[in-house]
Design a protein around this ligand. Structure first.
Ligand code: NAI
Ligand code: CS2
Length: 487
C-alpha cells in the first residue's frame, strides 16, 4: 500500500532532513491525539532539523486510538501536518516519532518497561483535562475517581496516566535509574502543579517512601501550549491525501499559529525546543492564565452559545457581528482585567489576534468539540475571573452568559428540540439535575451547587446566582443569538 513513508511526495511537501535512524525514544508521550501531532511532535521535528541531537518520541495512547497507533507503525512512524491559513496550506511530514505503544496492543508491562528505559528523560502528556483525575474546582486528586480507585488497588496494572507514571517511577527507583521529568501539555491551569499534586497524592496513598523520592527527584514544569487543532474529519483526511498523493490516516490539519512557553525545570535534560520557536521561561503561570482565560474562555463562550445559535464551527460564529463583538468584549472586559501580566504585554493586540485566528475559514473547528467536557473546563477558564469581578464589584455579564449557555447546553436539548450529544465525565450528574428541573431557571442554583465545578464562594454567591439566572432566562425566552446580540 502507498503510504507517506514509501511514496514519492510532491516537492511542496516538507520532509524530515535529518537522519531518523540515530533518534532514540528519550521522550515518552502519553496522548497521541490531534493536538500533540501538530504541536510538540512538530516542534521536535523542527528542532531536530536545526540541531544535531537524538531526541525522539515514543507515542502511547492509554485510552482508545489503537487504530492510530497501528496506522502510524504501518508508515514508519511518519505522518503529515497540514497548516491551513485563510489562503494557503503548508504541508509537513513529521519525523520525530521513533516508536509507539498501546497497552491494548502491546500489554501494560511493555508500556511500563518503555517508560522505565534508562534513556527516557521526559514523560509528556496531552491526556485531556479529565486525564488528571483531579477535582476541577480545586485541582486536587479525586480519590473517588474510578480509575484512581482501580489503580490504588492494583498498582502494577495501571489504567490511568497517574498510575502509569507512578509505577514507572517506582521501577526506575528500584533499578537505581535517574527519574524523568513529567511535562503536562494540557489546557489545565498550572498544569505542572496539578500533575504534581495528583501524582504526589496518589503515590502517598500507595507508598509514602516512593512519594518522598518523587517529591525530591522529579520535576513537573508548567507549560502554556497553543495551537488550534480540530479533530480530523473525513474531509480533512481526503484533503491531506490529495495534497500528498497518498492516504495518511494519521494526518492532521491545524492553524498556522503556534506557541509554546515552557518552565525551564527539567531533571534529566531537555531538547532545545527554543530553536523551533518555543520559549523557556522561569514562570509560565501568567502566560497560561492569559491563554486559558482569553482564548479558551471565549472559545467556551462561543462553543455553547454558538452551538445553541445553530453555528457548527467557531469560524461560523465569527460571521455573526453579535458573536464577534461579544467574544472580543468577553476577552477585554471579563478576562483581561483579571490578569496580572509582565510589563509591556499587549492584551488588546492579543485579543485582536485571537479574533483573527477564530475567523480562519479554512479551519473547521466544531463548537460541539469545544463544548465537550465543560465540567472540567469552566472552572479554569472562568472561575478565576469570576472571583476577580466579585471582589471588584465589576460587571461579569459575559461570564454569566457563558455559564448560562453551558447550563442550557447540558440540558441535552437544543433550541429546535433536537437532542444534544453531551460528552462530559460528569454527564450523568448533570443530566439528573437537568431532568429534575427541565428548561426552567430553577436549574441554575441547582447546577451552581455542584461543588466539584463551582466552589461555594462562587456557586452560593447571590450575585452569581442572579446574573446566571437572568442570562439563562434570556436564553429560554429569546434564544442564544438574541441573548448574545443584547450583550
Ligand atoms: P484528542 O481527543 O485528539 O486526544 C485525546 C488524547 O487523550 C488521546 O490520545 C487519548 O488517548 C488521551 N486520553 C483521553 N482520556 C484520557 C485519560 N482519561 N487518561 C489518559 N489519556 C487520555 O484531543 P486533542 O485535540 O489531542 O486534545 C488533547 C488535549 O490537548 C486537550 O484536552 C487540551 O488539554 C490540549 N490542547 C488541545 C488543543 C487543540 O486545539 N486540540 C490545543 C491546546 C491544548
Ligand atoms: C479548545 C482548545 O477544545 C477546546 O476546549 O478551547 O482545545 C483550543 O483549541 C486550544 O487550547 C488552542 O490552543
Amino acid at each position: 500500500m502507498k503510504t507517506v513513508a514509501n511514496s514519492t511526495l510532491p516537492n511542496t511537501v516538507l520532509r524530515p532532513d535529518y537522519d531518523r535512524s540515530t533518534l532514540q525514544s528519550r521522550i515518552v508521550h502519553l496522548g497521541f491525539g490531534a493536538f500533540h501531532r501538530a504541536h510538540q511532535a512538530l516542534f521536535t521535528n523542527e528542532m531536530l532539523s536545526k540541531s544535531n541531537t537524538d531526541w525522539g518520541i515514543c507515542e502511547i495512547n492509554l485510552f482508545g486510538g489503537e487504530d492510530l497507533i497501528e496506522s502510524l507503525r504501518a508508515q514508519d512512524h511518519l505522518y503529515t501536518v497540514a497548516e491551513k491559513g485563510a489562503e494557503s496550506t503548508d504541508v509537513k511530514v513529521i519525523g520525530s516519532v521513533t516508536e509507539s505503544l498501546h497497552p491494548s496492543l502491546d500489554g501494560i508491562e511493555t508500556v511500563l518497561e518503555k517508560m522505565a528505559e534508562p534513556q527516557v528523560a521526559i514523560v509528556s502528556m496531552t491526556i485531556t483535562e479529565k486525564g488528571y483525575c483531579a477535582d476541577p474546582a480545586t485541582g486536587k486528586l479525586d480519590k473517588n475517581n474510578p480509575l484512581v480507585i482501580a489503580d490504588l488497588a492494583n498498582p502494577s496494572e495501571p489504567k490511568s496516566a497517574l498510575g502509569y507514571i507512578v509505577q514507572a517511577l517506582k521501577i526506575r527507583r528500584e533499578r537505581g535509574l535517574t527519574p524523568f521529568t513529567v511535562m503536562s501539555c494540557d489546557n489545565v491551569q498550572e498544569n505542572g502543579h496539578v500533575a504534581k499534586a495528583a501524582i504526589i497524592e496518589f503515590a502517598q496513598l500507595l507508598d509514602p517512601e516512593l512519594r518522598d523520592w518523587i517529591e525530591t527527584n522529579v520535576t513537573f514544569p508548567c507549560t502554556m501550549v497553543d495551537r488550534i487543532v480540530p479533530a480530523a474529519t473525513e474531509e480533512t483526511l481526503t484533503e491531506i491525501a490529495e495534497l500528498l498523493g497518498c492516504e495518511d490516516p494519521c494526518g492532521i490539519a491545524c492553524e498556522p499559529f503556534r506557541q509554546w512557553v515552557i518552565e525551564d525545570n527539567f531533571v534529566a535534560g531537555r531538547p532545545d525546543w527554543n530553536v523551533a520557536g518555543a520559549e523557556f521561561v522561569e514562570d509560565v503561570v501568567p502566560y497560561e492564565e492569559m491563554k486559558l482565560r482569553m482564548l479558551n474562555g471565549s472559545h467556551s463562550f462561543l462553543a455553547y452559545l454558538g452551538y445553541l445559535g445553530g453555528y457548527h464551527h467557531i469560524s461560523d460564529t465569527m460571521t455573526d457581528a453579535g458573536y464577534r463583538k461579544a467574544a472580543f468584549d468577553m476577552m477585554m472586559k471579563s478576562q483581561a482585567p483579571s490578569l496580572t501580566m509582565p510589563e509591556g504585554t499587549d492584551l488588546e493586540g492579543y485579543a485582536t489576534l485571537l479574533i483573527n485566528r477564530f475567523t480562519n475559514p479554512s479551519l473547521k473547528h466544531k463548537t460541539w468539540q469545544i463544548a465537550m467536557d465543560g465540567s472540567q473546563k469552566i472552572p479554569q477558564r472562568m472561575g478565576g475571573s469570576l472571583r476577580f469581578h466579585l471582589d471588584q464589584g465589576s460587571n461579569f455579564s459575559w461570564l454569566a452568559t457563558a455559564i448560562a449557555g453551558w447550563m442550557r447546553y447540558v440540558s441535552g436539548v437544543d433550541e429546535q428540540g433536537n437532542e444534544i450529544d453531551v460528552r462530559d465525565p460528569m454527564a450523568d450528574t448533570l443530566r439528573q439535575i437537568c431532568d429534575q428541573h427541565g428548561l426552567n431557571v430553577s436549574v441554575v442554583p441547582a447546577l451552581l451547587a455542584v461543588e466539584a465545578i463551582f466552589p461555594a464562594e462562587l456557586g452560593q454567591n447571590p450575585k452569581v446566582i442572579d446574573a446566571v439566572s437572568s442570562a439563562y432566562q434570556s436564553l429560554i425566552e429569546h434564544g442564544a443569538v438574541a441573548t448574545v446580540a443584547a450583550l
